[in-house]
Write a protein that binds this ligand. Structure first.
Ligand code: SF4
Ligand code: SF4
Length: 327
């Protein structure tokens, strides 16, 4: 998952980190310490956004190296309540809700956070699986833990393979990123094709079965951290926004410069998390958005209050789809 032997000590990863303000020399020094097994300040300060994996031109995956050091050192200290929450997620009761079509939609353990998202015609006939058996474990990286991430990912893959499907649609960006990108680094080879929910929605909308009304909305998109692992998805999202008549405002904190929603920081540094949320929402307002649009349900839960307070509307992407097809 990390390849220190490829590092040429250019310093880009930490010099360009969206949350740090350090010189290139300081960045190189901290990377050197990381490589040598030390615990430089970035280990405690890292927001766990995964951006530096994509910033690194050599494919070192410095974020995963940081997570490794976090796991080894216990820095930063994560409250036990948060660790326990993740430890218990695999024990959340699981459900397989058989639908009429062969298509399976996996909701991971986050399917019930935003009720009603899958009531529309695009999802009505799908078989839905959700609960602890399908918890992908990618969230463990936000808690600085590589080992439980890898163990949970293996179990989720085994449970999904029992369904014996050629393809599985994933709602949670974490799950798609795991099975479409991270799995290979864990030595896992899914027997099914992972399909992202945006990819699935595009297929359905382009089938011609639905009349699509343009929404005429100017929106700021909140990119989930996990999207860093699957950058090709951004073209699908732009195509979907085009079909829906939504202008994705060209703001500072989108695409490569996207900011985390603040959720991973809340348990360990609430003030810093709130400052990041404030910057994010302010950026949306300054670039003319009238709404925030989300893909990850946890981003919705974390940003909707400050966004509402800044007079922005809040929509999950799938709500926009329902609105555009008049459901
Ligand atoms: S994961 Fe994000 S916050 Fe952490 S060092 Fe990398 S870019 Fe910075
Ligand atoms: S991890 Fe990558 S970006 Fe960071 S110093 Fe090494 S080569 Fe450069």
């Amino acid at each position: 998952m990390y390849y220190p032997e490829k590092c040429d000590l250019c310093g880009d990863c930490l010099f360009l980190c969206p949350y740090e303000d350090m010189s290139r020399e300081e960045a190189v020094e901290q990377v050197r310490e990381l490589l040598e097994g030390g615990i430089p300040p970035i280990v405690g300060n890292c927001v766990t956004c995964a951006a530096c994996n994509s910033l690194c031109p050599q494919g070192v995956n410095p974020f995963h190296l940081i997570v490794k050091r976090q796991e080894e050192s216990g820095v930063p200290e994560i409250p036990q309540a948060n660790l326990s929450l993740f430890e218990n997620l695999p024990r959340v009761p699981s459900q397989v809700l058989e639908g009429k079509s062969d298509e399976v939609l996996c909701l991971c353990s986050v399917g019930d956070l935003l009720p009603g998202l899958f009531d529309g015609p695009l999802f009505r006939d799908l078989t839905v699986v959700k609960g602890g058996d399908y918890f992908c474990g990618v969230g463990w990286l936000h808690l600085g833990r590589l080992t439980p991430f890898a163990e949970t990912a293996r179990k989720a893959l085994a449970n999904l393979e029992k369904l014996e499907r050629e393809r599985i649609v994933f709602y949670h960006d974490d799950c798609y990123s795991l099975f479409a990108s991270l799995a290979g680094e864990l030595g896992l080879e899914p027997s099914f094709k992972p399909v992202h929910v945006i990819e699935y929605v595009l297929e359905r909308l382009k089938s011609g079965d639905y009349e699509i009304g343009k929404l005429g909305l100017k929106a700021a998109y909140q990119q989930p951290c996990a999207s860093r692992y699957t950058p090709w998805k951004d073209a699908w999202l732009d195509e979907l926004f085009g079909l829906l008549g939504v202008e994705r405002v060209a703001r500072r904190y989108d695409r490569e410069k996207a900011l985390c929603c603040g959720s991973p920081l809340m348990p360990r540094d609430r003030d810093r998390a709130m400052a990041i949320k404030g910057k994010n929402v302010q950026d949306a307002v300054e670039h003319g958005a009238s709404a925030m649009v989300y893909l990850c349900p946890l981003c919705v839960l974390n940003l909707r209050k400050p966004a509402s307070e800044a007079n922005l509307e809040n929509y999950h992407l799938l709500q926009l789809v329902d609105m555009a097809i008049g459901d």
